[in-house]
Ligand binder design. Structure first.
Ligand code: NAD
Ligand code: UGA
Length: 445
């Protein structure tokens, strides 16, 4: 099948590459000319395990091509997938300017039946708005062309994006059009080898499903972070509680890891957008408000623990930070808890040496210049270099190389053997045995 994916970020590039891998002829379009030029040379704009090989191979085989505009002659296709960003507006609601700009572009080009898929995460009612914009453009051109706008939200996780796309738990198709459903049945058939994974529903139902899924997962995390806060005050180890409740199959083990708060370009923005959607209907979402408030507080829990330990005077102290990306397996630092902690530490006069296996380049590009210029933030290329002369190690992203470090070496490098374990990676008893002070999240104080 021939298709065009518009927006070549985390979702668009993974979608385009994986659909090409399944034998389709895919054009990936992005307005960022530099990104496209580099992709044509096989240089990926993001760090995503397994993606580079698929992009390179499919480009070589001619199944995957890149373009900077829908005007590119090869970009005309019976299926368009919109995968541009939907960042938060000032009030937290999703900013649809990029999605609607793409809709205008599509309306200016189509001349035969077309299926337009919303892959971006968009508020309920967006497919109708996209259809309205396309219709308006067609009217201006004096054309009557059939098309369907379908909600097809994406559920991949960064760091596991290829695997998630290739083996999805489900594929949600929101459309009442049998003609569109037929096209999508064919497109997604290669993903149904073991069992049926498509769930058809109404377009508004599909749009809500995406927000409900992300908000449910964010709720599990915030709930567990709240329990961890209680555990800290009651002499309870949250890790035992996590195992105890996760074993109940109705609860499950996933997304109940307490930590330094959820980050990334999705949970924070999508919970806020759903709150705004609710308010626009006159419905106050009490639970979602609490999920958001808990996360806001949770992103500052490590800093509070640092203050509790060292007192309010942090000027002159030095911290070694392990992890910058919002989670392991990605270089994405959007809404990363590490940035919140860095802001607090730097404002209080502390110095930080930070290491991350993938996000150093992004950190160098995106973090405030002044943090580097003042000498308060230094990025290092080797994980142990972050610890030289440090008053404490702060682990905030649980990358694999941080899981089982050489603690003897760690201890010799640091000024004082204190570990703030923001992702409960270490056994407190073992660290105490090695002479460390271990401060985790909800480990009983
Ligand atoms: P991103 O910021 O990584 O990429 C968006 C891309 O769209 C950018 O490269 C940008 O240049 C391009 N773009 C903007 N306007 C354009 C236009 N008019 N024409 C062509 N290209 C244009 O975004 P992302 O993280 O891939 O997210 C995209 C959407 O998917 C969002 O709605 C997000 O909520 C949703 N989503 C993201 C993830 C994820 O893991 N990142 C997972 C599921 C869903
Ligand atoms: C999340 C969802 O998991 C995807 O299904 C969804 O498609 C995507 O958002 C999206 O809509 O963009 P992602 O943000 O890539 O994916 O990463 P997650 O693995 O979900 O982690 C999100 C945040 O929650 C991270 O900061 C992580 O550290 C935190 N987290 C996760 C916890 O604090 N505890 C947990 O138990 C799990």
């Amino acid at each position: 099948m021939k298709l065009t994916v518009i927006g070549t970020g985390y979702v668009g590039l993974v979608t385009g590459a994986c659909l090409a891998e399944m034998g389709n002829a895919v054009t990936c379009v992005d307005v960022d000319e530099q990104k496209i030029a580099r992709l044509r040379e096989g240089i990926l704009p993001i760090y995503e395990p397994g993606l580079e090989t698929i992009v390179t191979e499919n480009q070589k085989q001619g199944r995957l091509r890149f373009a900077t505009s829908l005007a590119d002659p090869g970009a005309e296709a019976p299926v368009y997938m919109i995968a541009v960003g939907t960042p938060p507006g000032e009030d937290g609601s999703a900013d649809l300017q990029y999605v609607l700009a793409v809709a205008r572009d599509i309306g200016r080009r189509i001349s035969q039946y077309t299926v337009v898929l919303d892959k971006s995460t968009v508020p309920v009612g967006t497919a109708e708005r996209v259809a309205g914009v396309i219709r308006g453009e067609l009217q201006q051109r004096g054309l009557s062309v059939d098309f369907d706008v379908v909600s097809n939200p994406e559920f991949l996780k960064e760091g596991d994006a290829v695997q998630d796309f290739m083996r999805p738990d489900r594929i949600i198709i929101g459309s009442d059009s049998e003609r569109a459903r037929e096209v999508l049945r064919e497109l997604y058939a290669p993903f149904m080898r073991t069992h049926e994974r498509i769930i058809f529903m109404g377009v508004r139902d599909a749009e809500m499903t995406k927000y409900a899924a992300n908000s449910m997962l964010a709720t599990k995390i915030s709930f567990m972070n709240e329990i961890a806060g209680l555990c800290d005050r009651m002499g309870v180890d949250v890790e035992n509680v996590r195992l105890g409740i996760g074993s109940d199959s109705r609860i499950g083990y996933s997304f109940i890891y307490p930590g330094a708060g959820y980050g990334g370009s999705c949970f924070p923005k999508d919970v806020r957008a759903l709150i705004q959607m609710a308010r626009q209907t006159g419905f106050e979402p009490m639970l979602l408000n609490a999920v958001e408030a808990r996360n806001h507080a949770q992103q500052r829990v490590l800093y509070q623990k640092i203050l509790q330990h060292f007192g309010p005077q942090l000027a002159g102290r030095s911290f070694g930070l392990w992890g910058l990306s919002f989670k392991p397996g990605t270089d994405d630092m959007r809404e990363a808890p590490s940035t919140v902690l860095l802001r607090d530490l730097i404002a209080s006069g502390a110095r930080v040496k930070a290491y991350d296996p993938a996000a150093l380049e992004v950190a160098r590009r995106d973090l405030p210049r002044t943090w580097f210029e003042s000498g308060q933030l230094q990025l290092v290329e080797q994980q142990y270099d972050a610890l030289k002369g440090a008053d404490a190690l702060v682990l905030i992203t649980e990358w694999k190389p941080f899981r089982h470090p050489d603690f003897t070496l760690v201890k010799t490098l640091m000024k004082s053997p204190i570990v703030f374990d923001g992702r409960n990676q270490y056994d407190p008893a073992q660290l105490r045995g090695l002479g460390f002070t271990h401060i985790g999240i909800g480990r009983g104080g």
